[in-house]
Design a protein around this ligand. Structure first.
Ligand code: AKG
Ligand code: FE2
Length: 279
């Protein structure tokens, strides 16, 4: 198993609990990214929104490039041979209960579990419970399936109330810090009830030599996995089957709901993550 993080202690912590919080961007880079966000006049379309869904393709590509340039050297400093792609600003508009992001897992982008995607979530303003910090379920990557197709049912869904009550950990952070999490980790964020926009820079980190995959459910029991170029996501239309990209494989996969008993294994990660974090 190759080391994902250059620092062995961080690697151990990431493998064990599925995420780490690290200083990622310096104040100057945070300020310049925030200015880029303000200057780009991202419209307030209410609730929660990301620049990757902006109607203008050139705008999406330009912002991806600017964020990527800021992230790349910092990702290189921390991760072994990883590159960020699909870079976005994610915004929670002020005072809107609709900006809550419910518990979910992100799509799979690499061939798991041999490869692991490291999802990068870096606030450009200080974040806390009131304005929508990220909340994660430590260890949930260990119980996760390795294919997460577009709009698939989440295997943790029936246990969401239990997760919220006993296993969800909020991560208040300073601007420029980042949570780097395993793509399989269950996460969510509360609504922004303050009077300021919450803005974060977000990206998906994958091994530099890894192809990018996108999974599409074709029947209740079958998923098609496409190998896609990075530009695929700039042209992507949600809820539409991938077009003009090669089919890499077709697999039998139907998500199965986890039981409360299975999910109770997560208590191990709640206890030990605090120890490892301070190790
Ligand atoms: O920005 C948020 O609050 C949630 C973002 C999220 O789910 C993600 O980055 O995968
Ligand atoms: Fe997510």
């Amino acid at each position: 198993m190759r080391q994902i993080f250059k620092d062995a202690a961080l690697d151990k912590q990431f493998r064990h609990q599925g995420y780490v919080v690290v200083p990622l961007l310096d104040d100057e880079t945070v300020a310049s990214l925030y200015k880029c966000f303000e200057d780009s006049q991202t419209p307030n379309i209410g609730g929660f929104h990301g620049t990757m869904y902006h109607a203008d393709r050139d705008y999406r590509i330009r912002l991806d490039g600017i964020i990527k340039e800021a992230l790349e050297p910092n990702v290189d400093r921390i991760l072994n041979n990883y590159r960020p792609f699909l870079c976005n600003f994610m915004i929670k508009e002020p005072g809107e209960a609709s900006s809550e992001m419910p518990l979910h897992q992100d799509w799979s982008f690499v061939q798991e579990p041999e490869e692991v995607s490291v999802h990068i979530w870096c606030p450009l303003v200080d974040v806390n419970h009131e304005n929508g910090n990220l909340a994660v379920v430590p260890g949930s990557h260990h119980l996760s399936d390795t294919v997460r197709a577009f709009a698939d049912d989440c295997p943790f869904r029936e246990q969401f109330p239990l997760l919220r009550e006993s296993y969800l950990r909020e991560l208040p952070m300073k601007a420029g810090e980042a949570v780097l999490f395993d793509g399989r980790l269950v996460h969510s964020s509360p609504p922004n009830v303050t009077n300021r926009r919450r803005v974060i820079a977000q990206s998906i980190g994958i091994p530099k030599d890894s192809p990018i995959y996108h999974s599409w459910r074709v029947s209740p029991t079958e998923v098609e996995i496409y190998e896609v170029p990075e530009v695929f996501f700039f042209d992507y239309i949600l809820h539409q089957a991938p077009q003009n990209v090669p089919l890499w494989s077709r697999i039998e996969y139907a998500p199965r709901q986890l039981t409360a008993d299975e999910v109770s294994k997560l208590s191990e990660y709640m206890e030990s993550s605090a120890t490892l974090a301070s190790a």
